[in-house]
Design a protein around this ligand. Structure first.
Ligand code: F0G
Length: 464
């Protein structure tokens, strides 16, 4: 396998600083062993998220200078609307300042108490917006998605039997729409096949239920379809995207991912009445319908980013860079979630640190060790993020998987940075028996992982 080489050259550089081990020891202790509390300046390679962290192109920056900041009818809005319409095809395009606002506007408009929203797997903000508005968020992905060792080309697929059973159980009137998250972030950035999207649409047609996409990483999903699904090798990414969205009635989008920008999002939909209701709410909380919480220059950057993300040289590099990082780790026996998804490599912390029980947050311990050893920031997706007390028994409930996500920002780090990340993790794996578990000293009542503070457990058996 060739090292993926960058389909761009560097015109502007942003210096990043190497810290000493002593500095990092001090900073991570000060942060309460929580990488969300670290100053970003003290991080060498930041893999906390691929969201809003992309590098924009010279073409996008040039577009920023053409920002038309008129309150209503900015020319950038028309460019944005035309571009989104051209790729996604939906009749109404409503700009928002990021993805979760699009979710909030949609669910606060359509949900009533007792309704359910099926999805392959809801992302955290989607789930929270559904639940906050009185709905129940159901994850109906295929069972294969939960086996970290199983290689399956489309692990993000919806389980159609589960979906049909859900519709029969709850009834059509309690399901205002079904969502398909492409790629499926919470399941490891795994794609959904066109066949599965088509079959989901056909099933929903029988009941008259609309299909929406959570489209953040749509271009990466299209690239996987082109690469893996028979019949798509000769099609362009745009053709694949258009076919895919033609099976839907609408979407929510965080442009902070495949929009290749640092802020922005939108809702796309065909229903005139729903669009009108959402637009009324938009004016209340985001802004006038031709800017929706964004500056004109941001809309221009999104319009240009959405065209660039369809470029196959770009997508080939993007997907290969992430996959190559996974391969470097896998070749050395580092336990990772397979297959490697579109935007991130996930370390399997239970297998990396089998001596640390789930009660001592193995994935968080690994995240902290990775910063301490190498100045790399990843994010824990394990018992710190998802563990909770059962309201009935009062006992701690742990998630199935303990993962550490290494999310790769788009066009930001070179392949040499990825080699650095791989070597650091391989090095850490050799010293894994020295890594100790953690215990909480502070936790907030909800979304505790953002603000939690923890300390090292002195012996691995303490509190086990
Ligand atoms: N849907 C998915 C699938 C996402 O991954 C995200 C954000 C959102 C919706 C919300 O979009 O941040 O613009 O409000 N994911 C980021 C991440 C935060 O790190 O995975 P937003």
């Amino acid at each position: 396998m060739f090292f993926p080489s960058e389909p761009f050259r560097i015109k502007v550089v942003e210096p990043i600083r190497r810290t000493t081990r002593e500095e990092r020891e001090h900073l991570i202790r000060e942060s309460g062993n929580n990488v969300f509390n670290l100053p970003a300046e003290a991080i060498y390679v930041d893999l906390l998220t691929d969201s809003g962290t992309s590098a924009m192109s010279d073409n996008q920056w040039a577009g920023m200078m053409l920002g038309d900041e008129s309150y209503a009818g900015s020319k950038n809005y028309y460019h944005f609307e035309d571009t989104v319409h051209d790729i996604f095809g939906f009749k109404h395009i409503i700009p928002t300042h990021q993805g979760r606002v699009a979710e909030n506007l949609l669910f606060s408009t359509i949900l009533k108490e007792g309704m359910v929203i099926p999805n392959n797997i809801h992302f955290d903000t989607t789930r929270a917006n559904v639940e906050y508005n009185g709905g129940e968020a159901l994850d109906l992905v295929i069972d294969e998605a939960y086996d970290p060792h199983l290689d399956h080309p489309f692990k993000g697929n919806m389980d159609l039997q589960k979906l049909q059973a859900t519709i029969e159980e709850y009834g059509v009137e309690r399901i205002p729409l079904v969502i398909m998250t492409i790629t499926n972030n919470s399941g490891g950035g795994q794609p959904v096949s066109m066949e599965n999207i088509r079959a989901t649409r056909a099933l929903l047609n029988r009941y008259g239920i609309p299909l929406f996409f959570d489209a953040c990483r749509f271009a990466e999903n299209c690239y996987f379809i082109k690469e893996r699904e028979p019949g798509y090798q000769g099609k362009s990414i745009k053709e694949i995207a258009r076919e895919m969205f033609a099976y839907g009635d609408g979407c929510t989008m965080s442009a902070k991912k495949d929009g290749l920008v640092n802020i922005g999002g939108f809702i796309g939909l065909n229903d005139d009445g729903l669009s009108e209701k959402i637009t009324t709410r938009l004016i209340l909380i985001e802004g006038f319908p031709t800017y929706g919480g964004l500056a004109g220059r941001d809309l221009e950057a999104i319009a240009r980013g959405l065209q660039e993300v369809l470029n196959e040289d770009y997508l080939h590099f993007r997907i290969s860079q992430v996959r190559h990082l996974g391969k470097m780790l896998d070749d050395e026996g580092i336990p990772i979630l397979k297959p490697v998804g579109g935007h991130a490599v996930y370390l399997n912390a239970r297998e990396f640190l089998p001596h640390i029980p789930q009660a001592q947050f193995p994935a968080q311990a690994l995240t902290v060790a990775l910063y301490r050893e190498a100045g790399i920031r990843a994010v824990e997706i394990g018992s710190l993020m998802f563990g909770h007390k059962d309201p009935l028994t009062g006992r701690e409930v742990y998630p199935e998987l303990e993962l550490v996500r290494l999310a790769i920002p788009r066009r930001v780090y070179t392949t040499m940075h990825m080699v650095y990340v791989a070597e650091s993790i391989i090095n850490l794996y050799r010293q894994r028996n020295d890594i100790r578990g953690l215990k909480l000293t502070y936790e907030a009542p909800v979304l505790r992982h953002f603000t939690a503070r923890l300390e090292t457990v002195e012996t691995s058996l303490e509190n086990a």
